[in-house]
Ligand binder design. Structure first.
Ligand code: NOJ
Length: 741
């Protein structure tokens, strides 16, 4: 089926789509009618998105004159409604504006950053979080958010890994679709629905050397296997808008890519939503060296089907001229405007243009509970030696570390509308509320980059008086997100010194790491008895962590991204190819004798200093209990082209806590005409298993799940032998094999 679809898409897609024009529905008729009344200037006005400037005369005039289609970054509901009134009542055609905002992981109630959401492996809580964000944002008149970011991200140096769902195509797809559903609901015209935006199309996460906005080179087969699927799934899930990426991809910036925007998005995927540029990304095709000047950029973007120019003024400055010169046809402009008007009709803005007058729906109790659940499920237990966790609820506890009481930093990147952490509950505040627990507090360091020593000495003295120490370290929010890449992935400032000094006291030491990306914390993990890692978890990080530390909740998060031992391993991800000489850690750099002969350290795919393996693999995460996996059972060892293979596996909770486990289904195509990854995630199930009990997880595999893009760009599964695992992470478990014929 998938094979057939792809054959058609590659070979005859445009032809078929062109010849099977659908009859126009009522909305399309309205769009055409409106379009027929618009002047060229009004059409270009719709293609213009401006950044909010309050109720300035200039903005009011531009709206009145039909020179603006959308405004981003305006969240004062009175301003929004007044500008909308001018658009609807005073502009010639009364076309409503659509207001947009980066509501990425919450508007007022802040959820974990998307990387943390992915660590929950729970699409239901991710969807619920997006619903909360949409309810809150729509109350301010924001009906379009620039989320989800579904760029597969395999490089922890890249600051925007924080905003992604991590390194895996399948997990990013599931989480992306859940997010779209949460924002949009089934009915985009619902006044609390917000149009989602699948971004950044495409390949932005593959930025060379993990440096933001950098070049990408991605062979088409890899694009189709790794980077496209979350976007195609978002399109199929009805995601109302797409955004171009900043990067150039194989030499062509996305905002000028006919291949991405026309051949793939419009023709193969039959997408009829709105495609917006990224911020001035049309204009930026000039410094890219792809366009001579702004006019050339407008020409290339319009002809590459970019519907709306975000804050770049390329279309308003040059599109009219380009149409008059015949270099951009009016049909191209009409198509863009159709896509824009379609969004506005779908959002119901022609019938209900205004944000309803209401008490604001911020920080509702249910919303805070959703944020708490997401924060709790996002925490990943990396180590728990001697069952150091959970803590004894009657102990004297030293709370220390620069992230213990920093509301702003636990918010993470991208929370414009609650950047200060209003209503955030910090771990310190939450632990102080725990009955019976005696809490001492010494921050040790004032912020994550702090290098001063005086606080460390005070923390050590306090540690000596405590039964146990919990040290909250990590990264301030400002160290991850857009434009915030790091070449060094260690804990900033003197945090490692703080940890060393605390460990030297001999007191039980628990580290809680709160960060926007994976960090190289091998030394710190060795020094601590237990380590909980939480990607910046938002408003309710504190109560969630307090429950986890005291055993009121059991950690269930799993890493959505591989943790390197050293930054130099990046990019490092589980779904890598095997190479002809797979890693064998033969010798460490310090163990090589002086004058050793050339090949005495072997010749395998590893680093002399960092070895061949990461610190923690994708999918990893412990619990307070233990789970035992049985051998996967297959319904057949021969999968046919039209068949389905059912994989079942028993998992037993062998500990004393009732707990959730996320069972992960991986496959490997052992021999193929293009080398395939050593493992690929094909499914997962998060299941509650009471202590002492066994649960069976069931997965289905079809040939579609085994398909990959071939050298001729057709996607299908190749006959041959496959391995399948059901395991607790991407490195463990024993595979069983089956044949696909
Ligand atoms: C640039 C970012 O790349 C994009 O993700 C964001 O939505 C826009 N700016 C708008 O703020």
């Amino acid at each position: 089926m998938k094979l057939l679809r792809n054959v058609l898409a590659v070979g005859m897609g445009a032809l078929l789509l062109g010849s099977c024009a659908k009859p126009k529905d009522a909305m399309e008729v309205k769009i055409d009618r409106l379009l027929s009344q618009m002047t060229l200037e009004e059409k270009i006005g719709q293609m213009n998105q401006l950044s909010g400037a309050g109720l300035s005369d200039d903005m009011k005039n531009q709206v009145r004159d039909g020179k603006v289609g959308s405004i981003l970054n305006e969240v004062d509901v009175d301003v929004v409604n007044e500008l909308q009134r001018i658009a609807v009542e005073e502009s010639r055609l009364g076309i409503p504006l659509v207001f947009a905002r980066d509501v990425i992981h919450g508007f007022k109630t802040v959820m974990p950053i998307p990387l943390g959401q992915a660590a929950t492996w729970n699409p239901a809580v991710v969807e619920a979080g997006a619903r909360v964000a949409a309810e809150e944002a729509s109350a301010a008149g924001v009906r379009w958010t620039f989320s989800p970011m579904i760029d597969v991200s395999r490089d922890p140096r890249w600051g925007r890994i924080a905003e992604s769902y991590g390194e895996d195509t399948y997990l990013s797809t599931v989480m992306g679709v859940a997010t779209v559903r949460g924002y949009q609901t089934d009915d985009l015209a619902d006044p609390t629905a917000v149009a989602a935006c699948a971004k950044h199309f495409c390949g932005y996460g593959a930025a060379e050397s993990g440096r933001d906005y950098n070049t990408t080179w991605i062979p088409e087969a890899q694009l189709r296997d790794v980077y496209f699927p979350p976007f195609q799934a978002a399109a199929e899930a009805g995601c109302a808008t797409f955004m171009c990426s900043f990067n150039d991809i194989n030499g062509v910036p996305s905002s000028g890519s006919k291949f991405l925007n026309i051949d793939v998005l419009r023709n193969e995927w039959d997408y009829d939503g709105l495609l917006v540029s990224d911020w001035a990304s049309i204009q930026q095709m000039v410094p890219h060296g792809f366009c001579a000047d702004l006019k050339d950029a407008a020409y290339k973007a319009a002809n590459a089907a970019v519907d709306m120019d975000m804050a770049g003024y390329a279309y308003t400055s040059h599109l009219k001229e380009l149409v008059e010169e015949g270099r951009v046809s009016e049909a191209v402009v009409d198509e863009a405007v159709r896509n824009i008007l379609r969004l506005k009709f779908r959002l119901g803005l022609f019938d209900n243009p205004y944000a309803p007058k209401q008490d604001h729906p911020y920080y509702k109790e249910e919303s805070l509970q959703t944020a708490k659940q997401a924060a709790e499920e996002s925490a990943v237990l990396l180590k728990n030696e001697g069952n150091a966790l959970p803590l004894d609820g009657g102990c004297t506890l030293l709370v220390t570390g620069p992230l213990a009481d920093s509301p702003r930093d636990q918010m993470g990147t991208w929370c414009f509308d609650n950047a200060e952490g209003e209503r955030a509950v910090t771990p310190l505040q939450a632990l102080r509320q725990v009955n019976g627990l005696r809490v001492m507090y010494e921050p040790g360091l004032a912020y994550s980059r702090d290098r001063s020593q005086a606080g460390i000495r005070r923390a050590v003295q306090a540690a000596r008086r405590a039964d146990a120490v919990v040290c909250f370290v990590g990264e301030e929010a400002i160290l991850s997100g857009e434009g915030k890449c790091r070449a060094d992935l260690s804990l900033p400032g003197a945090q490692t010194e703080l940890i060393c000094a605390l460990a030297a006291t001999g007191k039980p030491l628990v580290l809680v790491v709160m960060a926007g990306r994976p960090l190289t914390i091998g030394t710190e993990v060795q020094l601590a008895d237990a380590v909980l890692f939480q990607f910046h978890a938002g408003t309710m990080a504190g109560p969630a962590l307090a429950d986890l530390l005291l055993g009121k909740a059991v950690p269930s998060g799993k890493l959505p991204v591989t943790f390197p031992t050293m930054a130099g391993q990046a990019p490092v991800y589980y779904a890598h190819k095997n190479t002809g000489r797979p890693p064998v850690d033969v010798a460490h750099i310090d163990s090589i004798p002086v004058g050793a002969p050339q090949f005495s350290v072997g010749a395998s795919s590893y680093y002399l200093d960092a070895g061949g393996w990461p610190l923690f693999p994708f999918g990893y995460g412990l619990s307070y209990t233990t789970f035992e996996y049985g051998e996967p059972h297959l319904s057949t060892d021969l999968l046919t082209e039209s068949g389905t293979l059912t994989v079942t596996c028993d998992i037993t909770n062998t500990g004393i806590y009732d707990a959730y486990e996320t069972a992960q289904l991986y496959t490997r195509d052992l021999v193929a005409s293009l080398c395939q990854p050593v493992r690929q995630l094909r499914g997962f199930e998060k299941v509650l298993i009471p202590a002492g009990e066994t649960r069976t997880v069931t997965f289905e595999l079809t040939p579609d799940d085994l398909a990959f893009c071939h050298a001729d760009l057709r996607t299908y599964a190749e006959p041959g032998e496959f391995q399948v695992w059901v395991s607790t992470d991407s490195q463990s478990g024993k595979p069983v094999t089956f044949e696909y014929e």
